[in-house]
Design a protein around this ligand. Structure first.
Ligand SMILES: [Zn+2]
Length: 89
């Protein structure tokens, strides 16, 4: 998704990952927050990245506990597909 006068999803993803390692400038931070506000695809991607980071922290014994409460859930349809495919095993 490309929104005029805003970050592209690729630019936003790069800044999001950079923000995990160091502070962003105020302009970068505001652009990132604005992009996250309007782009559902990036919100979903970032939620998934944070879920994976929480799992890694939990299983590597990092200080912070994993937060599974914000993890994305499977849809009912996806759960049923998984159940049906597991029945065949
Ligand atoms: Zn985006």
């Amino acid at each position: 998704m490309k929104i005029p006068m805003m970050l592209s999803c690729k630019e936003a993803a790069r800044l999001f990952l950079e923000a995990q390692e160091h502070s962003l400038s105020i302009g970068e931070y505001l652009a990132l927050i604005l992009h996250r506000f309007v782009c559902g695809l990036c919100r979903r991607y970032w939620k998934q990245v944070m879920f994976v980071q929480n799992v890694i922290r939990k299983y590597t014994g990092n200080i912070q506990e994993a937060d599974f409460g914000s993890a994305p859930l499977l849809s009912i349809e996806s759960r049923e597909k998984m159940k049906n495919s597991l029945k065949g095993l």
